[in-house]
Design a protein around this ligand. Structure first.
Ligand code: PEP
Ligand code: MG
Length: 591
């Protein structure tokens, strides 16, 4: 089982890192050094179609061999546990219909083999990823992986997202795009040198159920491929060269966690009410269409935050109105009348499109991000609004605007929205005329102006990930400051309370959709502050429900009254921790 690579330290070493996604990962390291390629830059018209066919055929053979090797090495460690993945990839690669489709694409478009592979396999993976059946959805990751392998073989790229065998991915940092480009089925965990709990790669890791830990020892420079590792996504422990005894202990912890999750899930149908009958609303945050299934399985009351950037990042370009409409409509229909809050593009910060639109910025989180970008690119904004409005004819949709920092911005947004609605009316295209417009409260400016904003919008969504970053002036992706990046800081909490109170005063719905919403210690405090709508990773809903059902609103209010008088972040967090520790069992697993 264990890696016996020579010349390396053989002794067990235990390090403390920052846990960013729960779960236990056990397995060999895969050192990832990213290589960015933008397939659209390779758009070329080819004359010699047959040459591209031959290149494609030899890439297929090369990848076939890679898969056989990978399967053999996987079987040494894991017997046939992962064989099915390789078998299905090999079968896919040998499918004459698929081979033909790709050749036809080369023929028809006179494009390179790399482009044809990318187009045809992207379409296939999109189809699979949207299916309800978990088996087929998992196959979508295999297809994405296969696409990457073929493209790399065609372009002669060696460093890539190929996980030969199941492994813990070790990297300096991972972008959201990196996080989704690996074959999900083979990732045992993420260990990065950079990042924080609220960086988008960590949020995605939680959505994908992959344990993740951030270290500050530059382990990506120190570790080697196949070094055997354990990651504890609850405590942040990183164990290099674990002894057999340690492996056994962590295997038990892994099993224990899985059993705990099963027990928790049994109560998923129970209502989210406190012991003294206060109704709480639990909604889901999603990034990808297929996560709607996770939201539904976990009984989310609706989608509180649908981050739309992934569609743009995955496509590496601006999707058309039709593509966006189809994507949003499908999600809205799958939610069957339950609310879907679609956030308009929040590009910028750590979510970049490799287009010439973006120049490197000195302070990307303070830069050309989200609504600032959209107001400067009204065509992109209008296209997205049209697609969202058209989808609103198929269910209950709300529009959410990120990173607002002034009323001026929201006035402009409303003008553009009215213009788009008018166009649709004239073209006799249906949409919901009562569609609600809300803003993310994630800048100090928006929180300070919250009461004024109630005159302009229909609802608020508090984004504590960014609010914490901007109130504390601390980069959310920078591990050097992560120990002090804490939403329990009383300054941040004041802004949260201010926003909740402003909404309550004017009877506006207010949701909190930052990562804070799912923290066990935060839930009672937020309830005590008056929050009733929580939006979180779908997999956190069961735990949040368990917490809510174990508490009474009266004691949550008392907790908030106590916390109001405390001055330090540590005292506040400790007070909240003591409060939940007494009442909730298995607290460690509810992270
Ligand atoms: C937030 O900032 O809290 C939020 C929910 O938005 P994102 O994490 O996508 O920036
Ligand atoms: Mg945000």
């Amino acid at each position: 089982m264990k890696n016996n690579n020579s010349k390396k330290i053989r002794r067990e070493i235990v390090l403390k890192g920052l846990p960013t996604s729960p779960g236990i990962g056990i397995g060999p390291a895969y050192i990832f050094r990213p290589f960015q390629i933008n397939i659209s830059e390779l758009e070329v018209t080819v004359d010699d179609v047959e040459k591209e066919w031959r290149l494609f055929e030899s890439a297929v053979q090369k990848v076939h061999k890679q898969l056989e090797n990978a399967q053999r090495s996987s079987e040494i460690y894991y017997q046939d546990q992962f064989s099915e993945i390789f078998e299905s990839q090999k079968a896919f690669l040998s499918d004459p219909v698929l081979i033909n489709e790709i050749k036809q694409e080369i023929d028809r478009s006179h494009c390179s083999a790399a482009q044809a592979v990318s187009k045809v396999l992207s379409e296939k993976s999109e189809y699979f990823i949207n299916l309800e059946n978990r088996y087929f959805r998992e196959r979508a990751y295999d297809i994405i992986d296969l696409k990457q392998k073929l493209v790399n073989a065609l372009l002669g790229i060696d460093v890539d997202y190929q996980l030969g065998a199941p492994a813990i991915v070790v990297a300096e940092m991972l972008s959201p795009a990196d996080t989704v480009n690996f074959n999900r089925n083979l990732i045992l965990g993420f260990l990065t040198d950079k990042g924080g709990r609220t960086s988008h790669a960590a949020i995605m890791a939680r959505g994908l159920r992959i344990p993740a830990v951030v270290n500050r020892y530059n382990l990506s420079q120190i570790l080697h491929d196949k070094d055997y590792l354990i990651l504890d996504g609850f405590t942040g422990a990183i164990i290099i060269n674990p002894t057999d005894e340690t492996i056994k202990k962590y295997n038990e912890k892994k099993k224990d966690f899985e059993a705990f999750e099963k027990r928790l899930f049994k109560e998923i149908e129970a209502p989210a009410v406190t012991k003294d009958n206060c109704q709480v609303h639990l909604l889901a945050n999603i990034e990808f269409a297929h996560e709607v299934n996770d939201a539904r399985i976990n009984q989310a009351e609706g989608i509180g935050l649908f981050r739309t950037e992934s569609l743009f990042i995955e496509k590496q370009s601006m999707p058309s109105e039709e593509q966006q409409f189809a994507y949003y409509k499908q999600i809205v229909e799958q939610m069957e009348g339950r609310v879907v809050t679609i956030r308009v593009l929040d590009l910028g910060g750590d979510k970049l499109l490799p287009t010439s639109e973006y120049k490197a910025e000195t302070n990307p989180f303070l830069g050309w991000r989200a609504i600032r970008f959209l107001l400067d690119r009204p065509n992109i904004f209008k296209t997205q609004l049209r697609a969202i409005l058209r989808a609103s004819a198929f269910g209950k949709v709300k529009i959410l605007v990120p990173m607002v920092s002034s009323v001026d911005e929201i006035i402009k947004v409303k003008e553009i929205l009215a213009e788009v609605q008018n166009d649709l009316r004239q073209q006799k295209i249906e949409f919901d005329p009562d569609i609600q417009l809300g803003i993310m409260i994630e800048t100090p400016a928006a929180a300070i102006l919250a009461e004024t904003f109630t005159k302009y919008v229909d609802f608020f969504s508090i984004g504590t990930n960014d609010l914490t970053q901007y109130v504390l002036a601390m980069d959310r992706t920078n591990e050097m400051v992560s120990k002090n990046f804490n939403t329990f800081n009383p300054a941040v909490l004041s802004f949260v309370v201010m926003s909740i109170k402003a909404a309550q005063k004017k009877n506006l719905e207010v949701t909190l959709c930052g990562e804070f919403a799912a923290i066990p210690e935060a839930i009672p405090l937020l309830l005590g502050m008056g929050l009733r709508y929580f939006s979180m990773n779908p997999f956190s809903i069961a735990g949040a429900k368990k917490i809510i059902r174990s508490l009474s609103l009266a004691e949550c209010k008392a907790l908030y009254q106590k916390v109001k008088n405390l001055h330090t972040t540590q005292q506040i967090e400790q007070e909240c921790h003591n409060f939940v520790k007494e009442k909730i069992e298995d607290l460690e697993y509810l992270k």
